[in-house]
Design a protein around this ligand. Structure first.
Ligand SMILES: *Cc1c(COP(=O)(O)O)cnc(C)c1O
Length: 380
């Protein structure tokens, strides 16, 4: 039986340089949070347009800390898109607050001022807006609305490193944003995340929150010539990143611009090839910004005449590892106890979209093959 080579949906761009950097961290003897984490925080914050970066163990733990920073707790409601990876909604429950699902717009998969306003109540304390699959939400409109309403805005930028809004990196001007370095994102540290803020006070509190509530970091205590007696100012967490991870992250960060440019070229080629396949709508840039195409998704319309899962099966049979579209938390058992307002666009996108392979090793021949399968299905 012939073995069909599989085109993966995503491959992290890891090489010898990352392996060397990790090895150097190990050889240095400093493997927990230390100088490499501090450097990665500075360089990452600068790259995404933020004043300060606080490295954490994942974007999920970063979202948790962002809500703690905003003093969100029991009795509060936090508006989130159901159309997101489930960690967005889970973070709300970690602080004992209630997630309230907002619908999204069809073109970007993102919440808007209107969809958030539709589910706002007097108990709304904050909203978590997601730059979905790297497609930026309208940062100017939503940040202004959150200020006008007097609620917090946490930006789930898990997928958005390298995306832009209004001509600047997507994190520019964010009150608080959380980023992911999971291998499914553009740059990776294995597991890992970052919280970015502009205010130095917020950065200091976040640094304390990720390290047991201590008023001195272990690194500072180690560097001090005098004995340092730390105090624990509040009940907090161990959400630290290691220096081994940060060493890898520093190398990865140097690749970010190149990875984004390459993904945008491949995405443009997908869009050209797909333009003559009836009934498929590929994701594109919104008017106010540019996506890094962390996920290249395609919406199936009734004109395509094939169900999404049938398309996924056919692609798999032809050696293409595609994925269902972005999940919807309100359809999962973990959120069966929540009765959301109607979410028609969310349900349409999650049921009728799929994510096509896009990574640094994807060739034009791979793309021709993938689009060929989709075209053949449309005409059969
Ligand atoms: C991947 C992802 C997360 C979780 O990131 P981790 O670093 O794996 O915790 C959260 N939100 C969104 C939108 C994501 O895509």
């Amino acid at each position: 039986m012939a073995v069909v080579p599989v085109i993966p949906v995503m491959i992290p761009d890891l090489g010898e340089e990352e392996a060397q950097a990790a090895a150097e961290a190990v050889r240095s003897g400093w493997v927990a949070q230390g100088p490499r984490v501090a450097r990665f925080e500075q360089e990452f914050a600068a790259a995404v347009g933020a004043g300060h970066g606080v490295a954490v163990s994942s974007c999920t733990t970063g979202l948790h800390l962002a809500l703690v920073l905003l003093d969100v707790g029991p009795g509060d409601e936090v508006i989130v898109p159901s159309l997101s990876f489930i960690a967005t909604a889970n973070a709300v429950r970690y602080v004992g607050a209630t997630p309230v699902f907002a619908d999204v717009e069809l073109a970007t998969g993102n919440v808007t001022v209107e969809t958030v306003d539709a589910v706002r109540t007097p108990r709304t304390r904050a909203v978590i807006a997601v730059h979905q699959g790297g497609v930026p939400f309208d940062t100017v409109a939503l940040r202004k609305a959150a200020d006008d309403w007097g609620i917090g805005l946490v930006e789930d930028a898990a997928c958005a490193a390298g995306s832009t809004a209004y001509g600047a990196p997507a994190g520019t001007g964010a009150r608080v944003a959380a980023w992911s370095f999971h291998p499914r994102k553009l740059i990776t540290t294995g597991e890992g995340g970052m919280v970015t803020v502009d205010s130095p006070e917020a950065a200091a509190r976040l640094k304390r929150l990720r390290e047991h509530g201590m008023n001195v970091s272990a690194a500072d205590r180690h560097a001090s010539k005098q004995p340092v007696l730390e105090a624990y100012l509040e009940t907090a967490f161990n959400y630290r990143m290691t220096d081994i991870q940060a060493a890898v992250g520093l190398v990865q960060l140097g690749k970010l611009a190149g990875l984004v440019a390459q993904r945008r070229e491949l995405a443009a080629r997908y869009q050209r090839l797909l333009s003559d396949v009836n009934g498929l709508i590929p994701v594109t840039d919104p008017a106010y910004g540019q996506t890094n195409y962390q996920s290249f998704w395609v919406l199936l319309t009734p004109a395509y005449r094939r169900a999404r899962d049938e398309v996924l099966s056919e692609l798999a049979a032809k050696g293409v590892s595609a994925r269902r579209g972005i999940m919807a938390a309100h359809l999962e058992p973990a959120y069966a106890d929540v009765t959301p307002c109607p979410l028609p666009v969310t349900e349409r996108i999650t049921r009728e979209s799929l994510i096509l392979p896009l990574h640094h090793r994807l060739t034009e021949a791979d793309q021709d093959h993938i689009v060929g399968v989709l075209r053949e299905l449309a005409t059969r």
